[in-house]
Design a protein around this ligand. Structure first.
Ligand SMILES: *[C@@H]1O[C@H](CO)[C@@H](O)[C@H](O)[C@H]1NC(C)=O
Ligand SMILES: *[C@@H]1O[C@H](CO)[C@@H](O)[C@H](O)[C@H]1NC(C)=O
Length: 480
């Protein structure tokens, strides 16, 4: 997920990036500044584009993996329910032996027909948040943590009902993933994340060779709106070069995805106003005074209105505007909605010595949901729309989904971003159903599908497990 504290400072700090699908941006020295970052690191985002375009770094590091799959097998997670009918694995894949950098994964196979079900990589965002802490333990994984912080209960709508799912803690410095060379954390950014994730996949497929020819999909949320298109693009390029295992990438699906910074900033306020969270006047001032395409022209009226908006909203969960807040120890697990204190239970569970032993963890620091070690994000393009456009052109299945109660990467942002791709509509907006209820809405564009998930916040499978699973199954099938 996006980090709460950095929300406004991060989202409001992106500079203009003029969209150009045919030509890489020409203003090569234009810098993007993350003012939300402690050291306000400057990055040359246009250089990043060139690096991706001209990345000739083949082949990647591949090491022998014999015996490691067996070693990674999880006998049993502490406190797990009875009758677990699927295999679980976790461990490290070294992505750079010289630096001593390794990524930690948790892999759950499907209880039935795992041999024919697809392989899915799940990525949470941040940047710098753990896919196990959120994705596996609060969203789409087979277990959730009880309020005792020690035992687990089954998630009936787990995505491993329909796929074999890898949860990756990425990049190094997140969760149990680490580097023995601390300077690695100073160069962490989109580029190094994509490279390491690709190296991870190639080595992981050596460890689990039965998955080499399996249909492969990448799914994720939030800042994974950067990770996913970047990784998909790298996979396609390396597949074409044919120097490593050809990864059978068939599609990508991104939830409440942060793909275009400027659009997102602007659309947050549109969402806040249309959902009756801020005053008319404040919104009106924001509309006439805030230029979301440039920090240089931001004026005092705009800044004041944004401060006013923050106060007007009050203390609510920005990731699910209608959800209750965690009110400490008095929370009782509700059968209707996810427990808003779940993050705390996961944190306790992941730091238990017996849990770390069962997971084959060997990390030099304690587990946190979002990284404390990565302080600055070295590089990120302002928009992923050109990359997404290319991926659509390559024939990949591309889906967006959106929990419509999220105000951080709201549905208004996703719709406006998709609009900027200028794709013709092929099937009109219509409801889709689960159990005779509207689960959300779907619209089909040429090469892209958008599905909303009704009544879900940013962590879609957490708030609406059945609807999320129905949406994901439809994605795997290619339609509702
Ligand atoms: C990191 O260093 C530790 C301690 O020397 C070592 O056991 C571990 O294998 C190293 N990790 C990697 C990925 O090389
Ligand atoms: C926003 O600022 C940029 C750069 O200063 C300028 O080119 C653009 O026209 C402005 N947009 C609006 C809507 O005022």
């Amino acid at each position: 997920m996006m980090r709460n504290s950095a929300l406004f400072s991060l989202l409001l700090s992106f500079l203009l990036f003029s969209l150009s699908y045919s030509n890489p941006p020409h203003e090569a020295n234009q810098l993007l500044k993350f003012s939300g970052s402690p050291k306000a690191l400057k990055i040359a985002r246009d250089n990043w584009w060139k690096i991706i375009k001209n990345n000739n770094k083949f082949p990647v590091y591949v090491s022998p993996q014999e015996g490691l799959r067996e070693a990674d097998k999880i006998e049993k997670l502490p406190g797990q329910p009875e009758d677990v009918k699927f295999d679980q694995y976790s461990g490290y894949v070294t992505v750079d032996p010289m630096k001593g950098r390794a990524l930690f994964y948790y892999f759950v196979e499907a209880p039935q027909d795992s041999g024919s079900k697809p392989l899915v990589l799940w990525l949470n965002g941040g940047p710098g948040c753990s896919s196990i802490g959120a994705g596996a333990m609060q969203e789409l994984g087979p277990f959730r943590v009880n309020s005792d912080g020690k035992t687990l209960y089954a998630n009936k709508a787990s995505w491993n009902n329909v796929a074999n799912v890898i949860f990756l803690e990425s990049p190094a410095g997140v969760g149990f993933s680490y580097s023995n060379t601390s300077s690695d954390y100073e160069i962490t950014g989109d580029k190094s994340t994509a490279d390491d994730t690709y190296t991870f996949l190639i080595n992981w497929l050596e460890r689990f060779p039965q998955y080499k020819s399996r249909d492969f999909f990448i799914a994720g949320e939030s800042y994974a709106g950067h990770y996913i298109p970047e990784l998909a693009s790298l996979i396609l390029k390396n597949n074409a070069a044919n120097t490593n295992t050809v990864i059978q990438l068939k599609g990508i699906v991104m939830g409440n995805a942060y793909v275009d910074g400027d659009t997102n900033e602007k659309e947050i306020f549109n969402y806040l106003w249309t959902h009756a969270l801020i005053a008319d006047e404040t919104y009106s001032i924001i509309q006439s005074n805030c230029n979301f395409s440039s920090s240089s022209s931001r004026n005092a009226e705009c800044d004041e209105a944004i401060t006013a908006a923050r106060n007007e909203i009050g203390r609510i969960d920005m990731y699910d505007i209608y959800a209750p807040l965690c009110s400490g120890s008095s929370n009782i697990k509700s059968s209707v909605q996810p427990d808003p204190c779940a993050g705390g239970y996961v944190n306790s569970y992941m730091n238990l010595a017996e849990v770390q032993k069962a997971l084959h963890v060997n990390a030099p620091y304690s587990w946190t949901a979002c990284s404390d070690i990565i302080e600055d994000w070295h590089d990120a393009p302002a928009t992923l729309l050109p990359t997404i456009h290319e991926l659509i052109g390559s024939g990949l299945r591309v889906w967006f989904y959106s929990g419509d109660q999220d105000s951080v990467v709201p549905v208004t942002s996703t719709r406006t971003s998709i609009d900027m791709l200028k794709l013709p509509v092929e099937s009109q907006w219509k409801p889709w159903h689960v159990d005779n209820e509207v689960g959300g809405y779907v619209i089909g564009y040429k090469g892209l599908t958008l599905a909303t998930v009704r009544g879900a916040g940013h962590l879609v499978p957490s708030y609406q497990p059945e609807r999320a699973l129905a949406m994901f199954s439809s994605f795997l099938k290619g339609g509702f």
